[in-house]
Design a protein around this ligand. Structure first.
Ligand SMILES: CC(C)(COP(=O)(O)OP(=O)(O)OC[C@H]1O[C@@H](n2cnc3c(N)ncnc32)[C@H](O)[C@@H]1OP(=O)(O)O)[C@@H](O)C(=O)NCCC(=O)NCCSC(=O)C1=CCCCC1=O
Length: 380
Protein backbone atom coordinates (compact mmCIF):
# COMPACT_ATOMS: atom_id res chain seq x y z
CA UNK A 1 0.00 0.00 0.00
CA UNK A 2 1.43 3.41 -0.96
CA UNK A 3 2.24 6.02 1.69
CA UNK A 4 1.99 8.87 -0.84
CA UNK A 5 -0.90 10.32 1.14
CA UNK A 6 1.33 11.14 4.17
CA UNK A 7 2.12 14.89 4.28
CA UNK A 8 5.92 15.37 3.88
CA UNK A 9 8.22 18.37 3.60
CA UNK A 10 11.18 17.42 1.37
CA UNK A 11 12.92 20.78 1.19
CA UNK A 12 16.47 20.63 2.57
CA UNK A 13 17.24 22.31 5.92
CA UNK A 14 20.50 24.01 6.81
CA UNK A 15 21.67 23.20 10.35
CA UNK A 16 24.76 25.44 10.36
CA UNK A 17 24.66 27.94 13.24
CA UNK A 18 27.07 30.42 11.68
CA UNK A 19 27.79 31.96 8.31
CA UNK A 20 31.31 32.98 7.26
CA UNK A 21 31.60 35.82 9.79
CA UNK A 22 34.12 33.97 11.99
CA UNK A 23 36.39 32.84 9.14
CA UNK A 24 39.10 34.91 7.53
CA UNK A 25 41.73 34.24 4.89
CA UNK A 26 44.00 36.86 6.50
CA UNK A 27 46.17 35.93 9.51
CA UNK A 28 45.42 35.81 12.37
CA UNK A 29 42.28 33.89 11.52
CA UNK A 30 40.62 30.54 10.91
CA UNK A 31 40.04 29.15 7.43
CA UNK A 32 37.26 26.67 6.67
CA UNK A 33 37.84 24.53 3.61
CA UNK A 34 35.97 21.58 2.05
CA UNK A 35 38.09 19.08 0.11
CA UNK A 36 36.68 16.26 -2.02
CA UNK A 37 36.84 12.79 -0.44
CA UNK A 38 39.60 10.80 -2.16
CA UNK A 39 39.25 7.08 -2.83
CA UNK A 40 42.02 4.52 -2.33
CA UNK A 41 43.44 5.44 -5.75
CA UNK A 42 43.47 9.14 -4.87
CA UNK A 43 40.48 9.93 -7.11
CA UNK A 44 37.78 12.40 -5.92
CA UNK A 45 34.42 10.93 -4.99
CA UNK A 46 31.30 12.83 -6.06
CA UNK A 47 29.34 14.70 -3.41
CA UNK A 48 31.46 13.72 -0.37
CA UNK A 49 34.06 15.86 1.40
CA UNK A 50 36.37 16.33 4.34
CA UNK A 51 36.17 19.64 6.25
CA UNK A 52 39.50 21.29 7.04
CA UNK A 53 39.58 23.79 9.89
CA UNK A 54 42.87 25.72 9.65
CA UNK A 55 44.49 27.77 12.43
CA UNK A 56 46.21 30.55 10.53
CA UNK A 57 48.61 32.56 12.69
CA UNK A 58 52.07 31.13 11.86
CA UNK A 59 53.93 34.28 12.94
CA UNK A 60 52.84 33.54 16.52
CA UNK A 61 53.20 29.75 16.33
CA UNK A 62 49.47 29.54 15.55
CA UNK A 63 48.54 30.81 19.01
CA UNK A 64 44.79 31.41 18.84
CA UNK A 65 43.36 34.88 19.37
CA UNK A 66 39.87 35.40 20.80
CA UNK A 67 38.49 35.80 17.26
CA UNK A 68 40.22 32.58 16.16
CA UNK A 69 38.56 30.69 19.02
CA UNK A 70 35.20 31.74 17.56
CA UNK A 71 36.40 30.55 14.12
CA UNK A 72 37.25 27.08 15.46
CA UNK A 73 33.82 26.79 17.12
CA UNK A 74 32.12 27.85 13.87
CA UNK A 75 34.29 25.49 11.81
CA UNK A 76 33.53 22.39 13.84
CA UNK A 77 29.84 23.24 14.07
CA UNK A 78 29.74 23.54 10.28
CA UNK A 79 31.69 20.31 9.76
CA UNK A 80 29.34 18.60 12.19
CA UNK A 81 26.13 19.78 10.56
CA UNK A 82 27.14 19.46 6.90
CA UNK A 83 25.73 16.11 5.72
CA UNK A 84 28.25 15.85 2.85
CA UNK A 85 31.25 15.88 5.23
CA UNK A 86 32.76 12.49 6.14
CA UNK A 87 35.48 13.69 8.56
CA UNK A 88 36.97 16.89 9.97
CA UNK A 89 40.67 17.72 9.91
CA UNK A 90 42.06 20.15 12.50
CA UNK A 91 45.03 21.70 10.68
CA UNK A 92 47.36 24.68 10.95
CA UNK A 93 49.33 26.80 8.52
CA UNK A 94 53.13 26.81 8.46
CA UNK A 95 55.61 24.09 9.31
CA UNK A 96 57.06 25.07 12.71
CA UNK A 97 54.07 24.96 15.03
CA UNK A 98 50.62 23.43 14.98
CA UNK A 99 49.67 25.67 17.91
CA UNK A 100 51.33 27.05 21.05
CA UNK A 101 47.96 27.71 22.65
CA UNK A 102 46.47 30.88 24.10
CA UNK A 103 47.86 34.10 22.69
CA UNK A 104 50.36 35.32 25.28
CA UNK A 105 50.37 38.85 23.85
CA UNK A 106 46.59 39.07 24.18
CA UNK A 107 46.78 37.40 27.61
CA UNK A 108 49.48 39.77 28.93
CA UNK A 109 48.28 43.02 27.40
CA UNK A 110 44.51 42.59 27.64
CA UNK A 111 43.40 39.76 29.89
CA UNK A 112 45.77 40.05 32.86
CA UNK A 113 44.17 42.25 35.50
CA UNK A 114 40.83 41.87 33.68
CA UNK A 115 39.73 38.56 35.22
CA UNK A 116 36.05 39.09 34.39
CA UNK A 117 36.99 39.50 30.71
CA UNK A 118 39.12 36.36 30.81
CA UNK A 119 36.16 34.46 32.29
CA UNK A 120 34.17 35.38 29.17
CA UNK A 121 37.11 34.30 27.02
CA UNK A 122 37.31 30.93 28.83
CA UNK A 123 33.60 30.43 28.15
CA UNK A 124 34.55 30.63 24.46
CA UNK A 125 37.66 28.48 24.95
CA UNK A 126 35.57 25.78 26.65
CA UNK A 127 33.13 25.89 23.75
CA UNK A 128 36.04 25.42 21.36
CA UNK A 129 37.06 22.21 23.15
CA UNK A 130 33.40 21.13 23.25
CA UNK A 131 33.03 21.90 19.52
CA UNK A 132 35.77 19.34 18.78
CA UNK A 133 34.40 16.76 21.23
CA UNK A 134 30.83 17.27 19.98
CA UNK A 135 31.61 17.20 16.26
CA UNK A 136 29.44 14.48 14.75
CA UNK A 137 32.25 13.49 12.42
CA UNK A 138 35.59 11.84 13.22
CA UNK A 139 38.18 14.54 13.99
CA UNK A 140 41.81 14.11 12.92
CA UNK A 141 44.46 16.49 14.20
CA UNK A 142 47.03 17.15 11.46
CA UNK A 143 49.92 18.05 13.78
CA UNK A 144 52.18 19.79 11.29
CA UNK A 145 54.45 21.18 14.04
CA UNK A 146 54.77 21.68 17.79
CA UNK A 147 51.56 21.22 19.79
CA UNK A 148 52.21 23.00 23.05
CA UNK A 149 50.22 24.45 25.97
CA UNK A 150 46.61 25.24 24.93
CA UNK A 151 47.57 23.81 21.52
CA UNK A 152 47.99 20.42 23.18
CA UNK A 153 44.64 20.89 24.97
CA UNK A 154 42.64 21.41 21.78
CA UNK A 155 44.74 18.85 19.88
CA UNK A 156 44.09 16.13 22.44
CA UNK A 157 40.35 16.78 22.07
CA UNK A 158 40.62 15.37 18.51
CA UNK A 159 40.00 11.63 18.00
CA UNK A 160 43.29 10.82 16.27
CA UNK A 161 46.56 12.61 15.53
CA UNK A 162 48.73 12.25 12.45
CA UNK A 163 52.00 14.03 13.13
CA UNK A 164 54.94 15.58 11.39
CA UNK A 165 58.14 14.13 12.82
CA UNK A 166 59.32 17.68 13.59
CA UNK A 167 56.43 18.15 16.05
CA UNK A 168 57.00 18.46 19.79
CA UNK A 169 54.39 17.96 22.49
CA UNK A 170 54.09 19.38 25.99
CA UNK A 171 53.03 22.21 28.25
CA UNK A 172 54.17 25.77 28.97
CA UNK A 173 51.54 27.05 31.40
CA UNK A 174 53.26 26.30 34.71
CA UNK A 175 56.32 28.26 33.44
CA UNK A 176 54.35 31.17 32.03
CA UNK A 177 51.59 31.56 34.58
CA UNK A 178 48.80 29.10 33.88
CA UNK A 179 47.69 25.57 34.54
CA UNK A 180 46.71 23.26 31.67
CA UNK A 181 43.17 22.78 32.96
CA UNK A 182 41.77 23.57 29.50
CA UNK A 183 41.71 19.84 28.72
CA UNK A 184 45.20 18.45 29.25
CA UNK A 185 44.83 17.54 32.92
CA UNK A 186 41.59 15.73 31.97
CA UNK A 187 42.72 14.05 28.72
CA UNK A 188 46.42 13.31 29.11
CA UNK A 189 46.08 10.61 31.80
CA UNK A 190 43.91 8.63 29.32
CA UNK A 191 46.67 8.75 26.69
CA UNK A 192 49.78 8.17 28.80
CA UNK A 193 50.51 6.38 32.04
CA UNK A 194 49.64 8.65 34.98
CA UNK A 195 53.37 8.94 35.77
CA UNK A 196 54.20 10.10 32.22
CA UNK A 197 51.12 12.34 32.10
CA UNK A 198 52.04 14.10 35.32
CA UNK A 199 55.68 14.49 34.35
CA UNK A 200 54.95 15.73 30.82
CA UNK A 201 52.31 18.13 32.15
CA UNK A 202 54.27 19.80 34.91
CA UNK A 203 57.87 19.56 33.68
CA UNK A 204 57.16 21.76 30.62
CA UNK A 205 59.57 19.46 28.71
CA UNK A 206 58.68 19.10 25.06
CA UNK A 207 58.66 15.47 23.86
CA UNK A 208 59.26 14.38 20.29
CA UNK A 209 56.58 12.96 18.01
CA UNK A 210 58.48 9.65 17.90
CA UNK A 211 58.46 9.44 21.70
CA UNK A 212 54.74 10.26 21.85
CA UNK A 213 53.98 7.63 19.18
CA UNK A 214 55.95 5.10 21.21
CA UNK A 215 53.96 6.04 24.32
CA UNK A 216 50.66 5.74 22.41
CA UNK A 217 49.54 9.37 22.45
CA UNK A 218 49.41 9.75 18.65
CA UNK A 219 48.58 7.41 15.76
CA UNK A 220 51.11 8.13 13.02
CA UNK A 221 54.40 9.99 12.60
CA UNK A 222 55.72 10.79 9.15
CA UNK A 223 58.82 12.66 7.96
CA UNK A 224 58.28 16.05 6.31
CA UNK A 225 61.88 17.01 5.44
CA UNK A 226 63.22 16.46 1.93
CA UNK A 227 66.80 16.89 0.74
CA UNK A 228 67.79 16.27 -2.87
CA UNK A 229 64.45 14.55 -3.42
CA UNK A 230 64.99 12.09 -0.51
CA UNK A 231 62.94 11.93 2.68
CA UNK A 232 64.90 12.68 5.83
CA UNK A 233 63.75 11.85 9.36
CA UNK A 234 64.03 14.62 11.94
CA UNK A 235 67.81 14.79 12.58
CA UNK A 236 67.27 16.35 16.03
CA UNK A 237 65.69 13.12 17.34
CA UNK A 238 67.21 9.61 17.78
CA UNK A 239 65.54 7.16 15.40
CA UNK A 240 68.70 5.23 14.54
CA UNK A 241 68.75 3.06 17.67
CA UNK A 242 66.43 1.62 20.25
CA UNK A 243 68.76 1.03 23.19
CA UNK A 244 72.06 2.47 24.31
CA UNK A 245 73.79 1.61 27.57
CA UNK A 246 70.60 -0.01 28.82
CA UNK A 247 68.46 3.10 28.20
CA UNK A 248 65.76 3.59 25.55
CA UNK A 249 67.14 6.31 23.27
CA UNK A 250 64.58 6.06 20.45
CA UNK A 251 62.61 9.33 20.28
CA UNK A 252 65.01 11.18 22.61
CA UNK A 253 66.90 14.35 21.54
CA UNK A 254 70.35 13.91 20.00
CA UNK A 255 73.39 15.06 22.01
CA UNK A 256 73.48 18.86 22.58
CA UNK A 257 76.81 19.21 20.75
CA UNK A 258 75.27 17.77 17.54
CA UNK A 259 72.19 19.97 17.57
CA UNK A 260 73.56 22.99 15.72
CA UNK A 261 74.60 20.85 12.74
CA UNK A 262 71.18 19.14 12.76
CA UNK A 263 69.47 22.54 12.71
CA UNK A 264 71.63 23.59 9.74
CA UNK A 265 70.64 20.40 7.95
CA UNK A 266 66.94 21.12 8.61
CA UNK A 267 67.39 24.66 7.25
CA UNK A 268 68.85 23.20 4.04
CA UNK A 269 65.79 20.97 3.50
CA UNK A 270 62.39 21.66 1.96
CA UNK A 271 59.16 20.83 3.80
CA UNK A 272 56.75 18.38 2.22
CA UNK A 273 53.56 17.36 4.05
CA UNK A 274 52.40 14.87 1.42
CA UNK A 275 53.12 11.82 3.60
CA UNK A 276 51.04 13.05 6.54
CA UNK A 277 48.31 14.12 4.13
CA UNK A 278 48.44 10.69 2.47
CA UNK A 279 47.91 9.05 5.87
CA UNK A 280 45.00 11.40 6.59
CA UNK A 281 43.42 10.58 3.21
CA UNK A 282 43.73 6.85 4.00
CA UNK A 283 42.07 7.31 7.41
CA UNK A 284 39.21 9.31 5.92
CA UNK A 285 38.70 6.73 3.15
CA UNK A 286 38.50 4.03 5.86
CA UNK A 287 35.91 6.10 7.74
CA UNK A 288 33.92 6.61 4.52
CA UNK A 289 33.64 2.83 4.19
CA UNK A 290 31.93 2.37 7.55
CA UNK A 291 28.31 2.87 8.60
CA UNK A 292 28.18 6.56 9.56
CA UNK A 293 26.08 6.10 12.69
CA UNK A 294 27.90 2.99 13.96
CA UNK A 295 31.15 4.91 13.47
CA UNK A 296 29.92 8.02 15.25
CA UNK A 297 28.39 6.10 18.14
CA UNK A 298 31.70 4.28 18.64
CA UNK A 299 33.55 7.60 18.68
CA UNK A 300 31.08 9.31 20.98
CA UNK A 301 31.18 6.37 23.37
CA UNK A 302 34.99 6.65 23.59
CA UNK A 303 34.88 10.44 23.74
CA UNK A 304 32.57 10.09 26.74
CA UNK A 305 35.56 8.83 28.73
CA UNK A 306 37.57 11.94 27.83
CA UNK A 307 34.55 14.11 28.55
CA UNK A 308 33.92 12.52 31.93
CA UNK A 309 36.60 14.55 33.70
CA UNK A 310 36.47 17.52 31.28
CA UNK A 311 32.74 18.06 31.75
CA UNK A 312 33.03 17.60 35.51
CA UNK A 313 35.72 20.24 35.90
CA UNK A 314 35.46 22.76 33.04
CA UNK A 315 33.08 25.20 34.74
CA UNK A 316 34.95 25.24 38.05
CA UNK A 317 38.28 25.58 36.23
CA UNK A 318 36.89 28.55 34.34
CA UNK A 319 36.57 30.41 37.63
CA UNK A 320 40.11 29.52 38.74
CA UNK A 321 41.54 30.58 35.36
CA UNK A 322 39.67 33.87 35.63
CA UNK A 323 40.92 34.57 39.17
CA UNK A 324 44.46 33.59 38.17
CA UNK A 325 44.61 36.51 35.71
CA UNK A 326 45.12 38.69 38.81
CA UNK A 327 47.71 36.33 40.19
CA UNK A 328 50.46 34.18 38.63
CA UNK A 329 49.23 34.81 35.06
CA UNK A 330 49.78 38.52 35.59
CA UNK A 331 53.40 37.86 36.51
CA UNK A 332 54.14 35.07 34.06
CA UNK A 333 52.50 36.22 30.84
CA UNK A 334 53.95 39.71 31.24
CA UNK A 335 57.41 38.18 31.72
CA UNK A 336 57.04 36.14 28.51
CA UNK A 337 55.52 39.01 26.56
CA UNK A 338 58.34 41.41 27.45
CA UNK A 339 61.22 38.95 27.00
CA UNK A 340 62.67 40.85 24.05
CA UNK A 341 62.81 44.01 26.19
CA UNK A 342 64.22 42.33 29.30
CA UNK A 343 66.19 39.36 27.96
CA UNK A 344 64.36 36.97 30.28
CA UNK A 345 61.14 35.02 29.52
CA UNK A 346 60.13 34.02 33.06
CA UNK A 347 59.89 35.73 36.43
CA UNK A 348 62.61 35.08 39.03
CA UNK A 349 60.91 32.04 40.57
CA UNK A 350 63.30 31.75 43.51
CA UNK A 351 62.85 35.41 44.44
CA UNK A 352 59.08 34.95 44.16
CA UNK A 353 59.13 31.90 46.46
CA UNK A 354 61.41 33.68 48.93
CA UNK A 355 59.11 36.71 49.09
CA UNK A 356 55.99 34.53 49.39
CA UNK A 357 57.75 32.59 52.19
CA UNK A 358 58.14 35.94 53.97
CA UNK A 359 54.41 36.52 53.56
CA UNK A 360 54.69 39.26 50.91
CA UNK A 361 51.50 40.60 49.34
CA UNK A 362 51.03 39.90 45.65
CA UNK A 363 51.09 43.52 44.61
CA UNK A 364 52.86 45.83 42.16
CA UNK A 365 55.93 45.99 44.39
CA UNK A 366 56.34 42.21 44.31
CA UNK A 367 55.75 42.25 40.55
CA UNK A 368 58.60 44.76 40.18
CA UNK A 369 60.89 42.60 42.33
CA UNK A 370 60.42 39.37 40.36
CA UNK A 371 60.07 40.70 36.81
CA UNK A 372 63.27 41.43 34.88
CA UNK A 373 63.61 45.12 33.99
CA UNK A 374 63.96 46.39 30.41
CA UNK A 375 67.63 46.14 29.42
CA UNK A 376 69.53 49.41 29.77
CA UNK A 377 67.17 50.71 32.47
CA UNK A 378 69.17 51.67 35.57
CA UNK A 379 68.28 50.34 39.01
CA UNK A 380 66.67 53.02 41.20
C1 LIG B 1 58.13 26.89 23.57
C2 LIG B 1 57.48 27.82 22.54
C3 LIG B 1 56.08 27.33 22.22
C4 LIG B 1 58.30 27.79 21.25
O1 LIG B 1 59.58 28.33 21.42
P1 LIG B 1 60.46 28.71 20.11
O2 LIG B 1 60.39 27.60 19.12
O3 LIG B 1 61.79 29.11 20.63
O4 LIG B 1 59.72 29.92 19.41
P2 LIG B 1 59.57 31.43 19.89
O5 LIG B 1 60.67 32.24 19.37
O6 LIG B 1 59.32 31.46 21.36
O7 LIG B 1 58.21 31.84 19.17
C5 LIG B 1 58.17 32.26 17.80
C6 LIG B 1 57.26 33.48 17.69
O8 LIG B 1 55.94 33.12 18.07
C7 LIG B 1 55.51 33.90 19.18
N1 LIG B 1 54.70 33.05 20.04
C8 LIG B 1 54.96 31.79 20.41
N2 LIG B 1 53.98 31.29 21.17
C9 LIG B 1 53.08 32.30 21.30
C10 LIG B 1 51.84 32.41 21.98
N3 LIG B 1 51.33 31.37 22.68
N4 LIG B 1 51.18 33.57 21.89
C11 LIG B 1 51.66 34.62 21.17
N5 LIG B 1 52.84 34.58 20.51
C12 LIG B 1 53.53 33.41 20.57
C13 LIG B 1 56.79 34.33 19.87
O9 LIG B 1 56.58 35.49 20.66
C14 LIG B 1 57.70 34.59 18.66
O10 LIG B 1 57.31 35.81 18.05
P3 LIG B 1 58.35 37.04 17.99
O11 LIG B 1 57.64 38.08 17.20
O12 LIG B 1 58.59 37.41 19.42
O13 LIG B 1 59.58 36.49 17.32
C15 LIG B 1 57.45 29.25 23.10
O14 LIG B 1 57.12 30.14 22.05
C16 LIG B 1 56.46 29.42 24.19
O15 LIG B 1 56.68 29.00 25.31
N6 LIG B 1 55.34 30.08 23.90
C17 LIG B 1 54.31 30.44 24.86
C18 LIG B 1 53.44 29.27 25.14
C19 LIG B 1 52.36 29.65 26.14
O16 LIG B 1 52.64 30.09 27.23
N7 LIG B 1 51.09 29.53 25.74
C20 LIG B 1 49.98 29.90 26.55
C21 LIG B 1 49.80 28.92 27.68
S1 LIG B 1 48.29 29.06 28.57
C22 LIG B 1 47.10 28.40 27.49
O17 LIG B 1 47.38 28.11 26.38
C23 LIG B 1 45.73 28.21 28.00
C24 LIG B 1 44.73 27.91 27.16
C25 LIG B 1 43.35 27.91 27.63
C26 LIG B 1 43.18 27.48 29.01
C27 LIG B 1 44.10 28.10 29.90
C28 LIG B 1 45.44 28.34 29.35
O18 LIG B 1 46.27 28.67 30.13
Amino acid sequence: MSLDWLPRDDTSKNHALFGDEHFSAAAPGVIFEKRPLLDAAGQPVDGLYSAWIWLNNPAQHNAYTTEMVKGVIAGFQRASSDRSVVAAVFAARGGKAWSSGGNTKEYAEYYTRRPHEYGDYIDLFNRMVDAVLECRKPVICRASGMRVAGGQEIGLAADLTVSSDLALYGQAGPRHGSSPVGGVTDFLPWFLTIEDAIYNCVSCELWSAYKMKLKGMISKVEPVLKKDGQWLRNPLVRTDAWLEDGEIVYGEPIAPESQAAARDLIAACTLDFSRIDGEIDKLIWNFANLFPNCLQTSLDSMRAKKRYFWDAAKHMNRHWLQANMNNEAWLGFNAFNTRKLTGRDTVDFIKLRQRLAEGAALDERLMEEVLAQPQGRGQG
